[in-house]
Design a protein around this ligand. Structure first.
Ligand code: VG1
Ligand code: CO
Length: 544
């Protein structure tokens, strides 16, 4: 079948952010908008011609339409085979799993992750490379450069593929295989964790949990793994039906947006364990009875206990965390005698370290944890890891957490987000801080003396690539830190993220309310950045 060559002109706003291109649905629905970006992928990723491409998304509004457009374009561009998740669904970690397992040349994942969905909300697209992970900056830069000069794209005339029936079909000269979206991922999880021990934990009758899929992509994965394979009681997974608008909510597993399960763990009758995942299934929130495990602590705890699980019985080769993530993992790495890497925000920066075998586990403060099993962060994986630990150690979540702090000290940690801030005001605030940086070292801020202040840049230890402008760090003597950055995943205005951390070695002081323990540093951050004067906000929108 002949490809149609469609004339187009560039859009000037197709630069991928922290995790792909995210825009309002209506932006993507403009004529040629999605097509231009997709063609830029095909024009720059030669391996796809004659190769295999994985396609799937988080099921949000416009997912199915986008997949049909992408499949027709893939056929026109000479892709030999497309593997598509049934119903157009693939969680982000499942997509990574499938790209790797079938040794494909890459994948296109349709998701705006934790951002709301629906006709007036967000959509997103990103390209993952053959190793299974998000495209590194060199690739996203090439795709972006291509979008700036694109003048045509290729497609074919063809009827839509039936995405709901598992099986093979042809589209032009391309083979399309609609595959089970869950099976390969579930098999991978079964190979990593002690499913018998977790099964027994559920059977004991003394353990009650809840998993909130937030009406997003993890519903079918969680039902299959937790309820069908591990024997958790039916109803353990709540909000398990994927909906195109996520039921109108923010599919963001944090203390604010997943508040319902926080309440389920409170009080005398509280659940022993609760967890949630986000829109595309790569984030996780971990709760125990009356307690919340910060993602930074979770990474450190998984690393310290990894040897108790079958998949990581050899221990960890190294750990990496994104720069704003607390330094709790660094202490574990030191105790284990392995390297700990500090990378810029975004999972794409972990790929080379994982591929090179330099790290086994990695994580971000933004509810992201993962390992070398795929090349994305993985929500359900983290939940299963915790369940494996609970089953192996016969301790509660709070006991594991408390014991970890006694052994390693506690890194008190919080993130304050100011959302929908005027972009110029946010840039002005960052410029202002930038100008302060050179004078800060040695300066006394309240009870803290500044040890260093810089604009974080990172040189990849494997390929030497350099990423600059990755956030402003102000480090105090003794290890406390304040970090400022602007979000790279939003679709309207700017989001200012302020990350605050303080180390406490004394176990007698490990149980203070977090916002109080960090109160003085929070105040310093607000004043230093002139947040209220510059943004008009006297409090953050989201505190995690
Ligand atoms: C946020 C998080 C970052 C994460 C990214 C993608 O980015 O801070 O840690 O990697 O989202 O996660 P930003 O630039 O908004 O701070 V997801 O689950 O949205 O793909
Ligand atoms: Co996500």
């Amino acid at each position: 079948m002949e490809a149609n060559i469609v004339t187009t002109t560039p859009f000037n706003d197709q630069k991928p952010g922290t995790s792909g291109l995210r825009k309002k649905v209506r932006t993507f629905q403009q004529p040629h908008y999605l097509e231009n970006f997709v063609q830029a992928i095909f024009d720059t990723q030669d391996g796809l011609v004659g190769g295999t491409l994985v396609v799937g998304g988080d099921g949000r509004y416009y997912n199915r339409e986008a997949i049909q457009i992408i499949l027709r374009m893939a056929a026109a561009n000479g892709v030999a085979t497309a593997l598509v998740g049934q119903g157009g669904i693939l969680s982000t970690p499942a997509a990574s799993c499938i790209i790797r397992k079938y040794r494909t040349q890459g994948g296109i994942i349709l998701s705006a992750s934790h951002n709301p969905g629906g006709p007036d909300e967000d959509f997103g697209i990103k390209f993952n490379i053959g190793a299974g992970g998000p495209a590194p900056e060199s690739v996203t830069a090439a795709i972006y450069a291509r979008t700036r000069e694109i003048d045509r794209y290729l497609t074919i005339d063809a009827d839509p593929i039936d995405l709901d029936q598992i099986g093979a079909a042809t589209l032009g000269a391309m083979r399309v295989e609609v595959i089970d979206a869950v099976a390969d991922y579930a098999a991978l999880m079964e190979s990593l964790f002690d499913f018998n021990a977790i099964h027994q934990l559920f059977n004991s009758g003394a353990f009650r949990m809840c998993f909130d899929a937030m009406h997003a992509v993890t519903g079918p994965y969680a039902v299959e793994i937790l309820e069908n394979r591990l024997g958790a009681p039916p109803g353990t997974v709540i909000n398990g039906t994927s909906l195109p608008d996520f039921g109108g909510g923010h599919p963001d597993p944090n203390l604010v947006h997943a508040h319902a399960i926080v309440e389920l763990t409170q009080g005398a009758g509280g659940l022993d364990f609760a967890a949630a995942s986000d829109g595309d299934g790569d984030r996780n929130m971990i709760l125990g009875k009356g307690c919340f495990v910060t993602p930074s602590d979770s990474l450190a705890i998984l690393a310290a206990n990894a040897h108790l699980t079958p998949g990581y019985s050899q221990g960890v080769a190294g750990i990496a965390r994104s720069m704003p993530t607390s330094q709790a993992a660094d202490r574990v790495a030191e105790a284990l005698g392995v390297d700990c890497f500090e990378t810029p925000t975004g999972w794409k920066f972990f790929g080379n370290l994982l591929d090179a075998g330099r790290i086994t586990l990695c994580g971000e403060e933004s509810f992201g944890t993962g390992s070398n099993h795929v090349r994305e962060k993985d929500g359900l994986w983290a939940v299963l890891f915790w369940l494996n630990l609970l089953a192996a150690r016969h301790l509660s979540v709070a006991e594991i957490l408390g014991e970890h702090w006694v052994r390693f000290g506690r890194n008190y940690y919080t993130r304050h987000d100011y959302e929908g801030v005027d972009s110029a005001a946010a840039e002005g605030l960052m410029d202002h801080l930038h100008r302060l940086l050179p004078d800060l070292p040695g300066y006394q801020l309240g009870a803290y003396r500044v040890a260093y202040a810089d604009d974080f840049s990172y040189t990849d230890p494997i390929d030497g690539s350099v990423a600059t402008g990755q956030g402003l760090r102000i480090g105090m003597e003794g290890g406390s830190r304040i970090v400022f950055r602007l979000s790279g995943t939003g679709t309207a205005g700017a989001t200012l993220r302020v990350y605050i951390e303080q180390y406490e070695s004394d176990p007698a002081r490990h149980h203070e309310p977090v916002q109080e323990a960090l109160g003085p540093l929070i105040l310093i951050a607000r004043e230093l950045a002139q947040i209220e004067a510059r943004t008009g906000r006297n409090a953050p929108d989201v505190v995690t």
